[in-house]
Design a protein around this ligand. Structure first.
Ligand SMILES: O=C(O)CCC(=O)C(=O)O
Length: 316
């Protein structure tokens, strides 16, 4: 069930965090992001500023969270490594709740006119049973939850939570499946700003070659990818030597050996390049399959998935 915990940090630490995370605190570089309107026909600026951080490993692999935001061509989402204040907040909230998170969306609501429409979070890449944490600093804003029309779950049709300075709201995946949530505009509160840090524990990762690994994917771990790549390199070499030997044997029976050696080296190089190109096409196909597989898993679990058009756009 969703839960709200107040006074998550010592108050002086929370006040310092609010100042550090404001745009003029120079720790976070917020950007303007865009969303689709009218069934995807119009792109409009979102009424809030955002920044993105995640646990990035030494090889540059980053957790990978698919959400509608990533589909808007104008949005270039870049997960940056943790900055000191965000990492401090993450550690403190993890200690207090016993949860773990590896990715954060940091949202700056400039005043009561900034808001977030009713939606539910994509759960495609979330670690099963992990909760989403919304840590709030600054002006109190209201989180509204509304039961989805197709939900057959018992429970209130509407819920409201005041997200106070220095609080954390924990949203479990079951509530996210049955309810929409959002931050409504607050006309009487036009001047005060608010920062929310939305932490998620994502179990899908992307390597710098664009291969995915994680639970429910063909590659479960990075180790699987490393083994796959070394097997693949060996196949490239064997394939190239066989093809080159065959070509030399058939077409160059009567030419001197030193020319054969020279032509052989060049041919080998060309065949390796050619087989790498073929591998790239196969990789693209595998990635597509991985996404298809994730989609099917999500359907089985009856959780929200992207529609076919979203998937196609993402895979372009
Ligand atoms: O900013 C907030 O408090 C809510 C954020 C949220 O709902 C989301 O990122 O999905």
């Amino acid at each position: 069930m969703a839960e709200l915990i107040e006074n998550i940090l010592p108050i002086d630490v929370a006040n310092a965090a609010l100042n550090a995370l404001r745009p003029d605190g120079n720790e976070i570089e917020y950007g303007q992001y865009y969303g689709f309107k009218e069934g995807g026909k119009v792109v409009v600026p979102l009424p809030r500023l955002m920044a993105f951080q995640a646990s990035i490993d030494a090889a540059g692999d980053s957790p990978w969270y698919r959400c509608k935001l990533a589909l808007v061509p104008q949005n270039k989402i870049n997960y940056m490594p943790w900055t000191p204040t965000i990492e401090k907040i993450k550690d403190a909230v993890e200690q207090r709740t016993g949860e773990t998170w590896n990715l954060a969306h940091i949202i700056y609501y400039r005043d009561g006119d900034d808001s977030m429409g009713m939606h539910s979070d994509s759960m495609l890449d979330l670690m099963p049973d992990s909760r989403i944490a919304v840590v709030s600093f600054g002006c109190t804003r209201q989180m509204e939850l509304m039961k989805k029309s197709r939900s057959t779950e018992d429970g209130p049709r509407k819920m409201k939570f005041d997200l106070m300075h220095n609080s954390v709201f924990l949203l479990d995946q079951k509530t996210n499946t049955h309810y929409l949530h959002g931050i409504t505009k607050q006309a009487e509160n036009r001047t005060e700003d608010r920062i929310s840090i939305v932490f998620r524990y994502v179990s899908t990762f992307m390597t710098d070659h664009g291969l995915f690994y994680g639970h429910e994917l063909p590659f479960v771990s990075k180790q699987d990818i490393v083994q796959h790549e070394s097997r693949r390199t060996m196949y490239h070499y064997i394939f190239s030597v066989l093809v080159t030997s065959f070509i030399l044997f058939v077409f160059t029976a009567f030419i001197p050996n030193w020319i054969k050696l020279f032509v052989g080296i060049i041919l080998c190089y060309l065949v390796i390049q050619f087989s790498r190109q073929i591998e790239r096409v196969i990789d693209k196909y595998r990635t597509r399959n991985a996404n298809e597989q994730l989609r099917k898993v999500c359907h089985m679990k009856n959780i929200e998935v992207w529609n076919q058009r979203d998937m196609r756009d993402f895979l372009k």
